[in-house]
Design a binder for this molecule. Structure first.
Ligand code: DON
Length: 584
């Protein structure tokens, strides 16, 4: 029996007892991993057990960083503080994505019910112009992707400090201790570190400071050697001693501005001094009685996730069956419509008017749902208002003993960001400017074809897809904390984690291990992970008129925590990369 049969059967049994199958508050089916089978050739196991714990759980994209978070929880720190410590540690042990030279988003639900969203996305420097990446022939250059001109003003240090000032209890410097130790004393280079540097050797060798740090004697540090980052340790120590002001106004700001002048970049002292993290109201979706709390602009994540969920709420997915052609077709049609809106309407709400209330309304979802033909694929061009993917973002999910839950996604954009390490300060700068629309109609690094709303302007934040998300059950209990890297696929991956949980009752690790599919309006194609869909389902989708393509590589790298009714925390790290769940 396949997973489809099994889950359909479970759902069917449930439907015999629960009336009103597609009512907004359906019962979450209870499926155990023993009930679940993935397609035969699929590389991950449905039966892998998550890590369980009673006192605290950290799941992040790196084991040493997860350990840093647990160290802080054990020292009496709360989930926000553990997320801060994990973020700083990621800047050391996961330097291709973890950062102090990038930006990110934090979504939290605290034990007292407080929910918040914190935006510390990079912003365009004051000297930026809308056509700064277009050459005289009207072509988009690679200056938005590589080198000094590709960087937005970093937001991470301001964001982490803002979270601390509101919710911190331990001394600030304590939160940086694990990161400083790892940078100063070094950590063992694993194959993954060696390989990720090797894969970006060409980029890193273009900039002497980056080559000096990552390619000693012209080669990536050997596997098993100790990788020490004394300049980064000094930077982190300065932040520990002087807070964000040390980064935005002190010698680190001088070093960053000097680096920019040397390489023809734009960020200056004024840009740095003006940077502020922004507290925002989270986006909340009601989905079958659950509340899904996520990130508003400058990320598109929460808005687009909400649109997909609102459309899907009108369909009876349990009867359709998990990963049936019908369920995938409906989800893809919802994704197509939501991404078309994303790419046209969304941008930094401090700069452009975004009709957020309309986009996330039930009535708008109803009209989009009515345009879906159950028997035929739509054509993306009909929704024209306007991906490839690297695996280079980090995510952290944390739950503490008090029931505080935090989700953080942060990035430099593509692997090793702009490739530029700041001389004397030892950290990489982002290449987030490529997330703006460089030229309307021209796809960015992730194949996203975006519009005017996301055009470059001084001080504006580039649109993101990062989707740190928390799911609250109908009884008001925090039940799932999740998020992932993955560029444009982040939103559809988080959607699948949410629907796997609510609609199909998949155990948390099974949900993370399950194969994924993706559609982003343009290009008009369903991409699914290798061996992730049975041939029969692919054939059915094609017969509905979809272009379906098996992608190379993997989709996302999820870090989820499920909190059971008795309070036990189950941490599920994604086997696709090097994520690690550690509880205690
Ligand atoms: O903010 C965004 O949407 C992108 N800069 C995220 C990049 C990313 O996830 C790359 N790694 N997989």
């Amino acid at each position: 029996m396949t997973i489809h049969d099994r889950i359909s059967r479970t759902a069917l049994l449930l439907l015999l007892v629960v009336a009103g199958c597609s009512s907004p508050t359906q019962t979450r089916p209870s499926v155990t991993e023993a009930d679940v089978q993935f397609p035969a050739a699929w590389r991950y196991d449905a039966r892998t057990r998550p890590v369980s714990a009673d006192s605290g759980m950290v799941v992040s994209t790196d084991s040493l960083a997860s350990a840093a978070g647990v160290e802080i929880l054990r020292a009496g720190g709360n989930a926000v503080e553990a997320a801060i410590a994990t973020s700083f540690a990621l800047a050391v042990v996961n330097p291709e994505a973890g950062n102090v030279g990038g930006g990110g988003f934090m979504v939290a639900r605290l034990a007292d019910g407080t929910e918040f969203a914190l935006d510390y996305r990079e912003q365009a420097p004051g000297g930026a112009t809308s056509d700064m990446y277009v050459d005289e022939q009207g072509r988009v250059t690679d200056r938005g992707v590589e080198g000094h001109l590709a960087s937005g003003v970093p937001g991470t240090v301001a964001g982490l400090e803002a979270a601390y000032l509101r919710y911190g209890e331990l001394p600030w410097a304590r939160l940086l201790e694990p990161a400083i130790r790892l940078a100063r004393d070094g950590f063992h280079v694993a194959e993954r570190h060696h390989n990720s540097i090797r894969d970006k050797r060409e980029l890193l060798s273009k900039f002497p400071t980056s080559a000096g740090k990552f390619l000693p004697r012209g080669e990536p540090p050997p596997i098993g050697s100790s990788f020490k980052q004394p300049y980064l340790a000094r930077t982190l120590q300065a932040i520990a001693d002087g807070g964000a002001a040390a980064f935005y106004e002190g010698w680190i700001a001088d070093s960053l501005a000097a680096e920019m002048r040397r390489g023809g970049g734009l960020i200056n002292r004024r840009d740095l001094a003006a940077y502020e993290a922004v507290w925002r109201e989270p986006v909340r979706a009601e989905y079958r009685g659950y509340e899904v709390v996520s990130m508003p602009p400058a990320s598109s994540g929460g808005t687009t996730l909400t649109q997909i969920l609102n459309i899907m709420e009108g369909f009876d997915l349990q009867t359709a069956g998990w990963h049936s052609a019908e369920a995938i077709h409906l989800a893809v049609e919802a994704m197509r419509r939501a991404y078309a809106d994303r790419n046209y309407y969304l941008g930094d709400t401090d700069f452009v008017d975004v009709p957020l209330a309309m986009l996330t309304s039930e009535s708008y979802a109803d009209s989009l749902r009515r345009s879906i033909d159950r028997d035929r694929a739509s054509v993306s061009e009909e929704f024209n208002r306007v991906s490839v993917e690297s695996e280079n973002t980090t995510h952290v999910s944390v739950v503490d003993v008090r029931g505080n839950a935090v989700a953080v996604t942060t990035t430099l954009n593509s692997g090793f960001g702009s490739g530029v390490v700041v001389r004397g300060a030892g950290f990489l700068l982002n290449n987030e400017m490529d997330d703006f629309t460089s030229l309307v109609g021209v796809p960015n690094l992730y194949g996203l074809v975006q519009g005017e709303a996301n055009a470059i302007a001084p001080g504006k934040r580039m649109l993101s897809a990062m989707t740190p998300t928390i799911v609250i059950n109908p009884q008001g209990r925090t039940e799932l904390v999740t998020g992932t890297p993955g560029g444009a696929t982040i939103i559809t991956t988080v959607f699948q984690i949410v629907t796997n949980h609510i609609d199909f009752g998949l155990p948390v690790q099974t949900s993370v291990n399950a194969p994924r599919f993706h559609h982003q309006h343009l290009p008009d194609v369903i991409r699914f992970e290798k061996d992730g869909l049975p041939a029969s389902v692919v054939a059915e989708l094609r017969s509905l008129g979809h272009e379906v393509s098996e992608r190379t590589g993997i989709s996302g790298n999820v870090e989820s925590i499920y909190i059971a009714p008795d309070g036990t925390m189950f941490g599920a790290a994604d086997p696709r990369r090097y994520s690690k769940a550690i509880g205690y």
